[in-house]
Design a protein around this ligand. Structure first.
Ligand SMILES: [Fe+2]
Length: 258
C-alpha cells in the first residue's frame, strides 16, 4: 500500500458518498431496533458507564425510533465536533483510521434481521450507532480516539504495528471497562451491544485487569467468543494520557520484532 497523507481519506474513491436513507427503513427494522434497544436499556443501569448512559440521552437515541444520523450529527457538532460517516460495512484500515483522525466515526445503516438478533457476521447499525456513538459526546474519549488513529496512520504500512494498535482499540473502544465510584462499569461498544457479554464481563468468570498499555499490546484477542480478560481504566483522561506511552511501546515492540 502506498503511503498516503491523512487528508486524502475524505476524497478517497473507496468511500462512496453514502447517506442514511431514513425513509427506507422497514417495519421490521424499527421493531428490531426497539427490541434490541429495550433489551439493552433494561440491563445497562448499574452495568454501563454513566458517561455512556448520559451520552445516549445527549445524542437523542431512544427505543421509539431508529437512530437518526442527521439529528445526531447536529448534536455532536456542538459538543465535540465529531460526525458520523456512513460506510457500507467494514472498511480498509487506512480509511478507518483516516476517518477517525478526521473526527468522523464510520457507521453502517443496515440492521440485523429479527431471526438473527444475537449473531452477526459484521457489526450492524445497532452496534455502530447505539453502542459507539453516545461516547462521541465525551471530550477525553474522542481526543483519545483521534490520537490513537493518528499513531495508526503514521504506521499504516506496517501490518504488525496495525495489529498491535488494533489490540489497544479492541481492549478500550470495543471491550473496555471503567471504574466509576468504585464500581466496575462498561464503556466498550462490543460489550454494550451484546446482552450476553454485558452480564458476563462484570462477572467473576473473566479477569478484569488494570489498564496497562504494554500488557494490552501483548494480549491477542478473539473475535468470535467472549473475551477472557478485560482492562479497566479509571476515567477517560487516563486513556488520553496513555497516548504517548502507546506510541513508545509500539516503537519498542516493533524494534524487538525485527
Ligand atoms: Fe465497533
Amino acid at each position: 500500500m502506498m503511503a498516503r497523507k491523512p487528508d486524502d481519506v475524505l476524497s478517497d474513491p473507496r468511500l462512496d458518498p453514502l447517506k442514511q436513507e431514513y425513509g427506507s427503513y422497514s417495519q421490521e427494522d424499527f421493531e428490531v431496533w426497539k427490541i434490541l434497544f429495550e433489551r439493552q436499556y433494561k440491563i445497562l443501569p448499574g452495568a454501563a458507564s454513566e458517561k455512556f448512559l448520559e451520552g445516549l440521552q445527549t445524542i437523542g437515541f431512544s427505543a421509539e425510533g431508529i437512530a437518526n444520523f442527521e439529528e445526531a450529527n447536529k448534536r455532536l457538532a456542538d459538543i465535540t465536533g465529531w460526525a458520523i460517516h456512513v460506510v457500507p460495512g467494514l472498511i480498509d484500515d487506512d480509511l478507518f483510521f483516516g476517518l477517525l483522525y478526521h473526527k468522523r466515526f464510520p457507521a453502517s445503516t443496515w440492521l440485523r434481521k429479527k431471526e438473527s438478533l444475537d449473531y452477526l457476521e459484521e457489526p450492524d447499525m445497532f452496534h455502530d450507532a447505539f453502542a459507539h456513538l453516545p461516547l462521541l459526546t465525551d471530550p477525553d474519549y474522542t481526543r483519545f480516539l483521534k490520537e490513537l488513529a493518528g499513531i495508526a496512520l503514521k504506521f499504516i504500512d506496517n501490518p504488525l504495528a496495525i495489529d498491535l494498535l488494533s489490540r489497544v482499540y479492541w481492549y478500550t473502544i470495543e471491550f473496555g471497562l471503567i471504574r466509576e465510584r468504585g464500581a466496575l462499569r462498561i464503556y466498550g461498544a462490543g460489550i454494550l451491544s451484546s446482552a450476553g457479554e454485558t452480564k458476563y464481563c462484570l462477572s467473576e468468570e473473566p479477569q478484569q485487569l488494570p489498564y496497562d498499555v504494554e500488557m494490552v499490546m501483548n494480549t491477542p484477542f478473539w473475535k468470535n467468543k467472549f473475551q477472557d480478560r478485560y482492562f479497566v481504566i479509571d476515567d477517560f483522561e487516563m486513556l488520553y494520557a496513555s497516548v504517548p506511552s502507546i506510541e513508545r511501546n509500539l516503537v519498542d515492540l516493533l524494534e524487538k520484532g525485527e
